[in-house]
Structures are given as structure tokens and as C-alpha cells.
Write a protein that binds this ligand. Structure first.
Ligand code: ADP
Ligand code: ADP
Length: 232
């Protein structure tokens, strides 16, 4: 479903990703691992077409993702419906005046009826255990609450692929355990999960595969998650 062929990405001439190639099938659950600055976030942003590779191809469901393909509104809407991104910093994806409107944003963009929007929002509020926050201003929530809202916002569009950038960073152990269960549940329900993480003690049994980036921005390992963790 996802094919990354010899992708390199440079910020002002400096490599952040150096010639990586990856294939990802539907239903996989993958941890993206590596030291700070190795290119994990850059890779996840490319997957979500927030940035485009300097060279190489990104193919999603058989279609090449390029600035010009994403300029096509119909294509770009279809793409963003299939893949959802939970940013490392939740503040950068919360902009509505209530949690409910925030979660309703994606389904409304898709043109669903208000009844269907409501059903989706209620499901997501329940799944993230944030029903009591629905009328709150997202900006005023705690870090853990914001992260729950950000995940609910992505899930309300019912994407096939969910990409998360260090979702457990800075959260309390209870929330980390909650997110662990959630990631397992999402993958069991058939969603492809791709997640950058350092929180090894909190992601037991979540991932089947690990892709390891090195400090020189290359992939140095791509194997069963348990094998990679046991060897390191
Ligand atoms: P990671 O997520 O593994 O910490 P990043 O993808 O954020 O790594 O960063 C990869 C490299 O790209 C690093 O050297 C980082 O300094 C650089 N980088 C990241 N974002 C930017 C940016 N907006 N402008 C310039 N350089 C950047
Ligand atoms: P945490 O225990 O997750 O660190 P905080 O201490 O940040 O949470 O917040 C505790 C509670 O206070 C949360 O319910 C949060 O939503 C609320 N809260 C935090 N900051 C604000 C604010 N600026 N305005 C209104 N409510 C807030």
C-alpha cells in the first residue's frame, strides 16, 4: 500500500533522510526508531505529504504523491481521508473553539450529514475517554488531554493508516498505558499503524516491525520489532 523508493530529503542542502526505501503493507504495525535528528519526523511528514522528497518516489495505493498530484483537490482529499497524522506537538493541529468542533472538522470536510458527524464524534470521544471534554476549548487542555483530542480528530475521518510522531512524549504513565491499548486495538481493527517512539517500556506487543534510522539519516535495520529490541 505504501512504497518509498530511494527517497532523499534535504533542508537547505542538508540531508535529513538519505536514500531510504521501504514497503509497507495494509494492516502492519511499525515502530520508527532512531536517535534525535535521525530523520524520523521528516519521514513521517513525507508519508503525510506535508513535505515532498528532494529525490525518489513515494507511492500510496499505486499513485505517486507529488506536489502537483496533491494540488489536485479531489486527489488530495482522497489521500488525506486514507492517512491521518498525529503531530508530535498537538498544539499545531488544534485550532477550533471546542473539542467537539475539532473532532467534527474532518467528517464535516468530507460532507457527512450532521447526524453522521455526531455519531462519529461520539464514537471517538468515547474511544479516547474524553466525553467530558467535548465543550472545552482545546487550547486550554493539559498535554495528555490535547493528545487524546488530536488522536480523536484523526480517527474521526476513519483513516486506513494512522501515523503518530512520538505520541507518548511527556505524558504520564497512565495515559501511556491507555495509548498502548489504543494502538493495539486500532491495529487489530485493521488499521495500519506507523509510529515514531522512544517509549519502549510502554509499547510492549504493539508493533510487529521496527525500522531503525541512524544518525546519518539512513535506515540501518528493518526487522521484527522484538528482534530489534532484544538486539539493542
Ligand atoms: P527526528 O525526528 O529523528 O528527531 P528530524 O526528522 O526532526 O529527526 O530531523 C532530521 C534532521 O533534519 C536533523 O538534522 C534536523 O536538525 C533537521 N531538520 C528538521 N527539521 C528541520 C527544519 N524545519 N529546518 C531545517 N532542518 C531541519
Ligand atoms: P496534567 O495533570 O495532565 O499535567 P494540568 O495540570 O495541565 O494536567 O491540568 C489539569 C487540569 O486543568 C486539566 O483538566 C486541564 O484541562 C485543566 N487546565 C490546564 N490548563 C488550563 C487552562 N489554561 N485553562 C483551563 N483549564 C486548564
Amino acid at each position: 500500500m505504501i512504497e518509498i523508493n530511494n527517497i532523499t530529503f534535504e533542508y537547505n542542502g542538508l540531508k535529513a533522510i538519505d536514500n531510504i526505501s521501504i514497503k509497507i503493507e495494509k494492516g502492519e504495525s511499525i515502530a520508527i526508531i532512531g536517535p534525535n535528528g535521525s530523520g524520523k519526523s521528516t519521514f513521517l511528514k513525507i508519508l503525510n505529504a506535508l513535505i515532498f522528497p528532494s529525490s525518489g518516489d513515494y507511492i500510496f495505493n499505486g499513485e505517486k504523491i507529488t506536489p502537483s498530484s496533491m494540488n489536485n483537490q479531489i486527489f488530495s482529499k482522497k489521500f488525506h481521508k486514507k492517512i491521518g497524522f498525529v503531530f508530535q506537538n498537538s498544539d499545531s493541529q488544534l485550532f477550533c473553539s471546542s473539542v467537539y468542533d475539532e473532532i467534527a472538522f474532518g467528517p464535516r470536510q468530507m460532507g457527512l450529514s450532521e447526524i453522521d458527524v455526531k455519531r462519529r464524534c461520539e464514537d471517538c470521544l468515547r474511544l479516547l475517554n474524553i466525553e467530558d471534554l467535548k465543550d472545552r476549548v482545546p487550547f486550554n487542555l493539559s498535554g495528555g488531554e490535547k493528545k487524546r483530542v488530536a488522536i480523536a480528530c484523526v480517527l474521526s475521518s476513519n483513516p486506513e493508516v494512522i501515523v503518530l510522531d512520538e505520541p507518548m512524549n511527556g505524558l504520564d504513565p497512565r495515559t501511556k498505558r491507555f495509548f498502548r491499548e489504543l494502538l493495539i486495538k486500532l491495529n487489530q481493527s485493521g488499521k495500519t499503524v506507523i509510529c515514531a517512539t522512544h517509549d519502549f517500556e510502554y509499547v510492549k506487543d504493539v508493533f510487529k516491525r521496527a525500522i531503525v534510522f541512524s544518525k546519518n539519516h539512513r535506515i540501518i535495520r528493518d526487522d521484527h520489532y522484538d528482534k530489534v529490541i532484544n538486539d539493542s
